[in-house]
Design a protein around this ligand. Sequence first.
Ligand code: RAM
Length: 518
Amino acid sequence: MSFSFQVHRDLQFDHNKELLKIAEDNTPELLHTLKTDVYFVKCVKDSSKLGGCGIQPVDTDWTRSYGKGDTLVLDFGEHITGTFSIDMRSVGSPMDAPLYIGIKFCEMPCEIEEDSKNYDGWLSSSWFQEERIHKDVLPCTLQMERRYSFRYVRIDVLDTSPKWKVVFARPSADAISCAKDADIPEIEDKELKKIYTTGLHTLHECMQDVFEDGPKRDRRLWLGDLRLQALSNYASYKKIDIVKRCIALFCGMRCTDGRIPANVFVKPEYIPDDTFLYDYSLFLINTAYDYMQETNDIPFLNTIYSVLKEDMDACLQCVDDTGRFHMQENFPVFVDWSNTFDKEVCGSAITIYALRQLIVLGKQCSQDVEHYECVLHLMEEEVRNHLYDADKHVVRCYTGEVNLATQVWMVLSSTFTEEENHAIMQEAMHRFFPVEGIATPYMYHHITEALFVSGWKEEAIALMKSYWGKMIDLGGDTFFEAFDPNLPDYSPYGSTMINSYCHAWSCTPVYLIYKYVL
Ligand code: RAM
C-alpha cells in the first residue's frame, strides 16, 4: 500500500518563527469576481460523457414556482471556486410552514444525480458539498457561508406546504482566487490550446491563500502538488509570493527528525500533518531549486538551506553504503495511486534527482557539498551496475520487474546520457504504450515530461492530447485528480463520489506546453 492514513501523534515538529513569518508576509491577496450568468439545465444519459451523464439546457424561467419534490439545476457555465447566493420568495397563501431545501454543488454532471447515501469509500463523507437548510421567513437571500467548488448547483425543494411554493431569483457566485488573468500564448493547434486553457483554469481555481490540491477536496497544501503548481505558475500567472509562502510553510514546520510532512494546514493556524511520503519530502528540495531558477532569491536560500540539507540527510537514512535505496513502511514512496507496480527504484531515481539539485543549491550558498556528490555518484553507479540493462535499454527493479514509472523517473533523474535516455523511452513506449495501470494525471505528467526530455516530442504531444484531451471530451471544464482512460470510473478512494474534478497536479500542460512546445 503506497498510501494509507498515517497517525503519528508522538512526533515532534519544529515551528520556526522566522520562516513562518516569511510565510505570513507572503500571503497573497484573494481576488473576488461576481458571476451572474446562470442557466437552467437537466441531466441526460450520455454515454460519451463521464459516468454516462451529460447535461441539456432547459428553458431558463425565473417565474416558475417550486413545491415539495421539485428540483432545479443551475449551470454557471464554467468551474468556480467560491461562495453562492440566491434570492427566494414565497407565492400562494401565507407561508404556514418553513421552507426546507437541499442544496448540492457539483463540478461534473455525473455528481448531480449521485446519492451520497450510497457512499462507501474510505475518505470522510463530510467532503460532500451538500447541505440541508430551513428558512422560517421568506423573502430572503440565501447566502451560503462555506466556499464550494462547482459549475452546477442542484436545489431540491424538500418541502414548502400544500398552500404555498417558492420562487428563486438572482443566483450569483463570488469566485475566489489569488490568480489574476494571465496572457494566453499563441497556440495554433486548437486541441493543444484547449488543453492549455483548461489546465490554466484548473491552476487558477487551486490558487487560494496557498496552492490547494483541490478546491473540493482536500483543500490544502500538498508538497507533490506544490512542485507542479509552482512550475505551471512560473509559466503563466508568475505569482512569486504564493510559492515563497508555501516553501516557507514546509520549511517552517518540519519534523524534528528532519523529514518534511507531505502536507500542511493553514487554518485555524499553521499545522503540519502527521503524514509522510518519501518522494514528497524530497520534492521540497526540487521546489526550492525551481524557485531559485526563477527568482535567484539568495537570501531566502540562505535561510532555508539547512532545512533542505537535513531533509536530505533524513531521507538518506533509507540509502545503504552501496547506494541502494530501501523503501520503509512508515515512509512510503507515492509516485502514483496505482499500487500494482514496484516503486522502490523510483525512490532511488527521485533521491538522485533531489541530490543533484541540492548540490546546485548548496554551491549557490557556498556550502560544502562533497558528501552529497559522493552519495550521488554511489547511487548512480549502483543503478548502472546492478539495474541497468544496456542491451535491452531498461532499468530493472531489484525484484527483476521492469515497469514504466521506473524508466520515467530514471530519465528525469538525468542518470543516463541523452542517447541512453532516448533508447530507454523508445523501449518503454514499445513495452508499455498504450499506458495501462497508471491512475493519475500526476504520473502522466512525469511520463510526458520524460518523453520531452528524451527527444520524443511528437509522442509527448500525442500523449498529452490523448490523456488530457480525453478529460475534456468527457466533459471536464478542469482536469481531474484521478483518471485512468481505460477505467473512467476509477477512484483511489473506493468511490468516485469523493473524486475531485479540479485538481492541482493535473494542471501541468500549462508548464509542458510552455516549456517544450511553444
Ligand atoms: C491525495 C490528494 C493530493 C495528493 C495526495 C498524495 O490525498 O489528492 O493531491 O498529493 O493524495
